[in-house]
Write a protein that binds this ligand. Sequence first.
Ligand SMILES: Cc1ncc(COP(=O)(O)O)c(C=O)c1O
Length: 286
Amino acid sequence: MKPGNTPLVELANLAPEGTRLFAKLEWHNPTGSIKDRAAWFMFENARNQGHLPPGTQLIESTSGNTGIGLSRLALINGYPMTICLPANSTEERKQLLRAYGATLVEVDGGPNESIEVAKQLVADGEGFMCYQYGNPGNPESHEFGTALEIIRDWPLDAPPEHAFCAYGTGGTITGTSRGLRKSYPSIRIHSVEEFVHDPISGMRSQDDPFQPPVADLSLVTDRHEVTKPEAIAAVSTTMNLEGHFIGTSSGAIVHAAVNYLDAHGGTAVVLLPDAGWKYLSGDPWQ
Ligand SMILES: Cc1ncc(COP(=O)(O)O)c(C=O)c1O
């Protein structure tokens, strides 16, 4: 099953008065996150370019979701898969990765340390890495997928004035903004980021010393830094008002979008990367 064609729904109860807010529910992808899109593009490109002769081990560093998407593709296409991820990733993600047949290398530290370990495995000749942080297939999956679906499904006569995306590898915001700008030249693109010392799974900050080569933030017009407590509060509010159980980075996006619309008005689309169940065992859900 190919990822994409996720629902675009209105969040009428969350939208401040006089504004319209629509959300793309990315947990409706095969393994439950937006990263199925990038995984599919990167895997297909690697195979078409001859990087994956039978038996090649796939290696990836990931906070979880890209690894889960790639592990599914590795499993159904008969490739071994090794995932390097922060040791403190939630148990649900580790269980899911193992269920999809991946071997886990748990790394002390965060995503940046996991990248170094994965690169070393590749340097040692252990296998092929799609390297989501530098692979053009990552943003292309959004430029030619996510963005076109929003344009096709947007229900209002006037185009959306704002789009809000999380910034992690930069794949979503880079590709979606490229795709949306072709049809909506004046749309404002909002980058939703973690504070550099307050990590939210899957997200990063433009203040982080490592900036993914794949990220092109030249189309970004606005930047929002969201704390983890603010993101968690928005997860609860979204559950209470809309009945959607969203993940923590989605909470950060909702927080930024609702506050912005409240102050400035307008119409917006938010891309919600995943649902909340993968975070249930983590703080502060215990
Ligand atoms: C839960 C979650 N939110 C947001 C993102 C950020 O998306 P992107 O890597 O396209 O910037 C990711 C990426 O892994 C993620 O897993």
